[in-house]
Unconditional design. Structure first.
Length: 300
């Protein structure tokens, strides 16, 4: 364990291990992904996709390894028993920091299929990682404001089409589709700007989860609703690397897939949009109350 090191030095060591791990696994991902690109056949994809998943899982395991080596963290996790590595899941979580990604990957790796995140389109230009996300079929999404769509109506529906294409690929082998309903990381400034009705959450956006349910709802074994709480305060990514994230609480609840919302027309049916909004709002009210309780218990 290296957590005896001063914070800045520990952060440097953790960053170097993180970076070396990227350099180790991304070239392997790209080698197989390029073969899949050159030979765009279903049989080739069915053969190569499991290999790409195995590489990604090994990468995540190595990330967990350097986290254990450098961090002194108390993991309070409930709800990850009895999950199916060979089943499809729709995973939802609140989102506060980049460290959330490492937390989610650490607790779910090899317990459920590989998490596939929806990535903001501009992040595809991130050096090295953009290529890794492409190789793993993470869908890149452009999120436009309603004002922008009024000026450029031709862009309406582009994200929905990207989601449908991604879900068609996800349906081939067991996959966990990861969605942050808030669409961005929680900050007090964003919370105030939104005038969010929730104490610990931003307003949820139902579009992504609606499209996933529409495209492959019959595949999902369950919806995994994840709540992440940092009782000592939300850490920045630098805090995480420097070992200042000492405790994390995670609760995972397996929810049934709402059959009445599957295969529905979210984009064209106002009644469907209203039904989704009510379902998501109830989900968020329950999560907000759970976060308040976990924070109260965690600070005792």
């Amino acid at each position: 364990m290296l957590n005896f090191l001063p914070g800045p030095l520990l952060g440097l060591v953790a960053f170097l291990l993180l970076f070396l791990n990227i350099l180790l696994w991304v070239p392997l991902l790209l080698a197989f992904a390029i073969v899949r690109l050159i030979l765009p056949l279903r049989a080739v994809r069915l053969a190569i996709d499991p290999v790409l998943v195995a590489i990604a899982e090994a990468w995540i395991s190595c990330n967990s390894g350097w986290m254990i080596l450098t961090q002194r963290m108390d993991w309070d996790v409930q709800g990850v028993a009895d999950l199916d590595k060979n089943g499809w899941y729709l995973v939802n979580s609140n989102h506060q920091t980049w460290a959330d990604i490492f937390v989610l990957q650490h607790i779910f790796n090899r317990r459920i299929p590989l998490l596939k995140f929806f990535i903001k389109d501009q992040l595809k230009w991130v050096p090295i990682m953009g290529l890794a996300w492409w190789a793993l079929d993470f869908p890149f999404m452009r999120r436009h404001s309603e004002e922008y769509l009024k000026r450029h109506p031709e862009m309406r529906g582009k994200d929905q089409e990207a989601t449908r294409r991604a879900c068609e690929k996800f349906a081939l082998i067991p996959t966990s589709v990861m969605n942050f309903l808030e669409g961005t990381r929680f900050t007090p400034a964003k919370h105030a700007k939104q005038n969010s009705p929730y104490h610990h959450l931003l307003k949820p956006k139902a579009g992504g989860i609606a499209l996933a349910l529409n495209a492959m709802g019959d595949k999902f074994r369950a919806i995994l609703d994840v709540t992440i709480v940092y009782p000592e305060g939300t850490p920045s990514f630098v805090d995480f690397l420097c070992g200042r994230m000492r405790r994390v609480i995670v609760r995972v609840q397996s929810l049934p897939v709402p059959e009445h919302l599957m295969n529905s027309d979210y984009g064209g049916d106002p009644a469907t949009r209203e039904a989704f909004a009510k379902w998501v709002q109830q989900l968020w009210q329950d999560k907000d109350a759970q976060i308040a309780q976990l924070l109260s218990d965690g600070r005792r």
